[in-house]
Structures are given as C-alpha cells and as structure tokens.
Design a protein around this ligand. Structure first.
Ligand SMILES: *Cc1c(COP(=O)(O)O)cnc(C)c1O
Length: 404
C-alpha cells in the first residue's frame, strides 16, 4: 500500500497500547477502526449543526437536513443505486435484514420456500426462521464443502417455482469465502425469486454495484467500513420497496395522520420512522469518501497481499488448521491450534497486544459443520501491515509453546 504510514496516521487508535503492548488490531471483520475525518464529522455535527432534520424551518435544521441527505447521495453513488430513495438509512445490517424479513410476512404463503446459504451470519438466519414461523414458508439451506465454498449444484436442485426468496452473504464473516453472488442472483431470478445479499463483510473490501448485479436488496453496516456504529444501509429496488409495508410506525414515516386513517410517506421515509442517527449518517458519508479516495482496487489488492503473507507464515507453524480455504477469499484467517481451545489462544494474543476474535463468529452452523467449538479469527484491513502480521505470528508461536 502506498503511503501506508500516512494512512495509519489517520487512525488515532493505532497509536494506543493494549496491555502495555502496541495494539495490533486484527478484529476488522467485527468492526473497523475510524479515521480522524470520521471522528471529526461526528464532533463537528454536534458542535456546529446539531438540529433535528426534515421538519425545521430554521437554518440549522436545514443545514443538518442537507448534510444528512448529502450523505444519502454519497451512499447511493457508492452502491450505484438508480435512485437516491432506493437507499434506506438504517441502524445497520441486522436492522436492514429485519425490515425486509418483516416486510415479506404478508407476501409469503404457507409452502413457499426461502433458500439461505449455510455460511450465514445469525443475523441472516434468524429473521428468516421467524418469517417462516409467521407464514408457514419453508427454509432450505445451501450447504458448503470442506473448503468453505457453497455447493452450487445443490443450490440448483433447491430452486423451483416455490422459491420466493434467496439470501446469501457476499463474503462470509467466519471463513472469508467470497460467494458467487452473481450466479446466486441470476439463478434465483430465473425462477422468479427475489434476492437479498448481505454485504456487511464484503463492503470493507469491494465496491458493490447493485444495478450491475441486478440484486433486489443489498445491506451493509457503516461500522465495518470505517464509519460509526448504529448506521447502515438497505438498498432495495424501487418496486420492492413500494411493495413492502413500513417496518415501524412513528414520526417521519407518515404523510397524514388522523385517528381514522394514516397515510404513509413515500420512499425513503416510509422506512425511516423516528429521528435517525443523524451524526452517524453524515459520518458514514465521510467514511465512504475516505475509503474511495484510497480506492477499493488498491485496498483489495493490498489486503490480498496481507492474506497471502499471513496464511503462508501461519502454515509454517506446526499444528495449525485453517478453516475456509477457498481460492476466492477475503482477508480473513479462521484457524485453530491443534488440541488448544481458541479462547485460550485469543487470551494469550490479547496479553501480547494482538486483538483477534475467538468463538463461533455469529455463525454456529459453520462451527457445527467442522465439529469445533469455534476458531481464532484474524481479519485484516488496509491499515494493517506485514510487520503487524509478524508480531501476530510470534504471538501465536508463544501461545502454542505455553498451551501445548
Ligand atoms: C457483521 C455482520 C452482520 C451484522 O452486522 P451488524 O452491524 O451487527 O448489524 C451481518 N452479516 C455479516 C456477514 C456480518 O459480517
């Protein structure tokens, strides 16, 4: 990465020490760190333009509204949505998925089928199970193989005219597999099913083009993309967003209210009840600007370098098993040390300043497949370095010495 030290200087937290050691932050798949411009955007909003949006006649309210709607346009441009009102600003991926899953309650009938990949995050499993309970629809699962790749031949056999919805993540947070989403979308559309792609883990690495994909719904969280927590996006094709009912009732989402009858606001406000995370939305726009200025091609290429380097070094250690070995993989390494509980490895790494995640990564079905309690997951971002990977490798070696 060009100017890696300059980029690192943008992230104040990277100068912090943890347990007396310089922080090596390899938990980027859980949440990314924030550059100073994003932190400043939040502080600036509350220091200079804080006002509620969309209602006020006064100047600050209009300035805040403009800034928030400007952010929506940035999100629209980033995802290449056709219309700005196809971009619903939400509280995050989980919220976005629930808007869609709840919205389908009156659309699905008993016996309809929903297909979901077995590589999903719990937030892309549970809402569909709840939808099935409400409607009598049936959940079908695309299994994956030892490498952590979806078995697309089984997907073919699951598709039928009963299939109404298909859900998959774009990149698996637990294994890093980049899923063949275009094939998933095209084949679903061929049987008339709608598709939701969970881009929470993909968006930090690649820039999705929702129109080129032809996807019906695409969701992501700002906080994995250098933005703040509590903000996310639901992209939906206009025709679908018009078909779905509102998710929550309240202010902002109405056109007229009487006790006899309330009419709903148009898009996007129909799905944006209540005062949103205004500062967060504005900061999300700034985060997208920041990452686009570095460039997603540059980011993806550099992260791939880190992934190859980290994988190679890790495999030099005896007794390492890596889960998720697809050729198409983002910068996530899920692994275990033979005979050692992942939690114990994670704890020792933490003492050495290295932040990794241990456990099931909100994807218990994947852990069940491999018959393990969990993994240690190191996930890299564009502000990480090979030198940090060296520190991490030494820490894993030390953990191995102490634990086995
Ligand atoms: C993080 C993540 C989610 C959940 O995102 P929230 O921001 O917690 O709502 C969903 N799916 C995937 C693939 C993720 O990585």
């Amino acid at each position: 990465m060009k100017d890696i030290q300059k980029i690192r200087a943008d992230f104040p937290i990277l100068n912090e020490k943890v347990n007396g050691k310089p922080l090596v932050y390899f938990d980027n798949a859980a949440t990314s760190q924030k550059p100073q411009v994003v932190i400043d955007a939040i502080v600036d909003y509350y220091s200079k333009i804080n006002a509620n949006i969309h209602r006020g006649v006064h100047t600050l309210s209009q300035v805040a509204t403009d800034a928030y709607e400007q952010a929506r346009l940035k999100v629209q441009k980033h995802f290449n949505a056709n219309k700005s009102y196809e971009i619903i600003l939400t509280a995050g991926t989980t919220h976005s998925i629930n808007i869609v899953a709840t919205g389908f309650t009156d659309i699905l009938k008993a016996g309809d089928e929903i297909i979901v990949s077995a590589l999903e995050h719990h937030s892309n499993i549970v809402p569909w199970q709840m939808l099935c309970e409400r409607t009598g629809a049936v959940l079908k699962v695309i299994p994956f193989n030892e490498e952590g790749e979806l078995q697309m031949d089984v997907y073919d056999s699951l598709l039928s005219d009963k299939t109404k919805l298909v859900f998959s993540n774009h990149i698996s947070n637990a294994l890093g597999t980049i899923n063949p989403v275009q094939e998933i979308i095209d084949k679903a559309h061929a049987v008339g099913a709608a598709v939701l792609i969970d881009g929470a883990q993909a968006c930090p690495h690649i820039k999705p083009d929702v129109q080129a994909m032809g996807v019906d719904f695409y969701v992501a969280s700002a906080h994995k993309l250098c933005g703040p927590t509590g903000v996310g996006v639901l992209y939906g094709k206009e025709e679908w967003l018009n078909k779905l009912p509102p998710y929550q009732g309240g202010g902002e989402m109405i056109e007229t209210v009487t006790f006899e009858k309330t009419t709903y606001a148009g898009l996007p406000h129909k799905f944006e009840a209540g005062t949103p995370n205004i500062a967060g939305g504005i900061a999300f726009g700034v985060a997208l600007d920041y990452m686009n200025a570095i460039g997603f091609d540059e980011i993806a290429a550099y992260e791939d370098e880190l992934l190859q380097y980290g994988t190679e070094k890790l495999l030099e250690i005896d007794g390492i098993k890596i889960y998720g070995t697809s050729e198409n993989k983002a910068a996530v390494i899920s692994f275990n040390l033979e005979g050692v509980h992942p939690f114990d490895v994670g704890s020792i790494l933490d003492k050495l300043g290295v932040a990794v995640r241990t456990g099931h990564h909100c994807a218990q079905p994947i852990m069940n497949y491999y018959d393990i309690p969990g993994t240690v997951r190191a996930s890299f971002a564009f502000y990480n370095t090979k030198e940090e990977i060296d520190v991490f490798i030494e820490a894993v070696k030390k953990a191995k010495m102490m634990l086995s």
